[in-house]
Design a protein around this ligand. Structure first.
Ligand SMILES: [Zn+2]
Length: 504
């Protein structure tokens, strides 16, 4: 906000907290019940459950833990709903990205897996979701949830030694059953620098997008992969980390951006402020704006991009990275040959249909694009789009809208449900008229062309919970034209929810 980025964001929302029912769309009822009841005062009497649900060590019980979970998960769900509704094409929740949480237990300071919940929500509408994780730790919780799924492809870049938390994520872990080859792991060693990381990131993600053709992307931006992190041992700069975000943004695919780890707090705030500017499409100066937090940044002379790199020896070699890259290319070749990506018929999902029909009035309202669905629009912060952007001549992301409409072949009743939900094309279209100075999407040769979405809008999510994971036929209104509104739902630290909708 010191940089005025909030002025570039179309809307900042206070998302409503997730409900217990929503959390139980993935998590076990017993586990959520436990989270809702446990307090620091009850730790003695609930000791055995606390241990059973792994709420020990780095997953401590603290006051208002359950509220915290509901708020960050609610924000990721709100972002997912807005992407599904087509009322934005980028949503940000920096308080989300808790990728280690499992269906029935906490792990690595993650209690509820907002990423899995958001992806399950997105599968109601998007045929295929790509999950990308640049936290230094393996995105194990998300991988596990979709290990059997061919509708969610997970790609995690992380430090892997066998010992380093969480201990999973080796190159050969590729998914299983229908999900075989729909899970990629890029195991790295200490000290990787911007050049090497960006080389392998762009190669792997470029190849993955071309092969998988995601209809939406979820990007977990854990900042513990930066140099000088208290836990991490990579050598990434904020600019390098942000370049990954920009690379993903340029595909022009509906994008949910989430936070994650990060243990040198001043660099986490720098990183996510910078990445917000990248997503908004605004250049911000290296001089930090004066804020009440000035004292935290004095040691770097108030720079946004302090020197973070070169502190750890780089144990990766060009040859080792090339081996990884070749191995991944080989796996992706299997995937391209897999008819299941686009051809497999999945029977109608009655549960998904019922869930959709039971959507609350608020959610239906939200899908119509009124932006008032359970989350207050933050007065005074919304959209000053026209102050900044003239917005003519922007056509670089029209493929987003047109490809969304290209998906309109849902099956029967399921498709109908969704089509109604999206009957807000006008709102979206008008939002689309106020952009943007971004001319990079279609001009950068290093960026693969945005994929042509050919999905047929059907199928059922295959989270670890099988039938619970639900998807729906596409069948959006074909009026969902080029949406330029970008929005972000974000919860501020301390639980004061705030979310943003941004122009690019
Ligand atoms: Zn991490």
């Amino acid at each position: 906000m010191g940089y005025g980025l909030d002025k570039q964001i179309h809307n900042i929302y206070d998302p409503r907290p997730a409900t217990q029912e929503e959390l139980e769309n993935y998590h076990d009822h017993d586990y959520i019940e436990f989270l809702s009841r446990v307090t620091p005062q009850k730790q003695d009497e609930m000791r055995s459950m606390i241990e059973a649900f792994n709420c020990v060590e780095d997953c401590p019980i603290f006051a208002d833990l359950y509220d915290f979970c509901k708020m960050y998960a609610g924000a990721s769900l709100a972002g997912a709903r807005k992407l599904c509704a087509g009322t934005t094409d980028i949503a940000i929740n920096w308080s989300g990205g808790l990728h280690h949480a499992k269906r029935g237990e906490a792990s690595g300071f993650c209690y509820v897996n907002d990423i899995v919940l958001a992806i399950l929500e997105m599968l109601r509408y998007f045929p295929r979701v790509l999950y990308i994780d640049i936290d230094i730790h393996h995105g194990d919780g998300v991988e596990m949830a979709f290990y059997h799924s061919n509708r969610v492809m997970t790609v995690s870049f992380h430090k892997y030694t066998g010992d380093f938390f969480p201990g999973t994520g080796k190159l050969d872990d590729n998914g299983t059953g229908l999900g075989k080859n729909f899970c990629l792991n890029v195991p790295l060693l200490d000290g990787i620098d911007d050049d090497m990381y960006l080389t392998i990131f762009k190669a792997v993600i470029g190849d993955t997008v071309n092969a998988f053709r995601p209809s939406a992307i979820v990007l977990q931006c854990g900042a513990d992969s930066l140099g000088c992190d208290r836990l991490g041992a990579f050598n990434l700069s904020i600019a390098g980390h942000g370049e990954c975000v920009d690379f993903v943004r340029r595909f022009g695919v509906p994008l949910l951006v989430l936070g994650g780890g990060g243990y040198t707090i001043k660099n986490v705030s720098r990183c996510w402020a910078y990445e917000t500017s990248v997503l908004v499409g605004v250049k911000v100066p290296n001089e930090l704006p004066a804020t009440v937090y000035d004292s935290f940044f004095e040691d770097s002379e108030w720079k946004l991009h302090p020197p973070l790199t070169g502190k750890v020896d780089n144990q990766n070699s060009p040859a080792s990275l090339q081996r990884i890259q070749i191995a991944i290319k080989t796996k992706l070749r299997y995937l391209q040959g897999a008819p299941s990506v686009q051809m497999q018929e999945i029977p109608p999902d009655l549960q998904g249909l019922m869930a959709s029909e039971n959507r609350t009035a608020e959610e239906k309202d939200e899908e119509r694009g009124t932006g008032q669905a359970g989350e207050r629009r933050n007065p005074g912060r919304s959209a000053t789009r026209n102050e900044y952007y003239d917005g003519d001549g922007d056509n670089d992301q029209d493929d987003v809208g047109s490809s969304i409409s290209a998906r309109a072949r849902g099956k029967g009743a399921r498709g109908r449900g969704r089509g109604r939900g999206r009957g807000k094309g006008k709102t979206v279209t008008s939002a689309a008229t106020v952009n943007t100075d971004d001319d990079e999407t279609s001009t950068d040769d290093s960026t693969p062309a945005p994929p042509t979405r050919r999905g047929r809008g059907r199928g059922r999510g295959r989270g670890a919970r099988g039938g619970r994971a639900r998807g729906r036929g596409g069948a959006p209104a074909s009026t969902a034209a080029s949406d330029k509104g970008k929005e972000a739902s974000a919860e501020a630290e301390g639980g004061d929810g705030a979310s943003m909708e941004v122009d690019e």
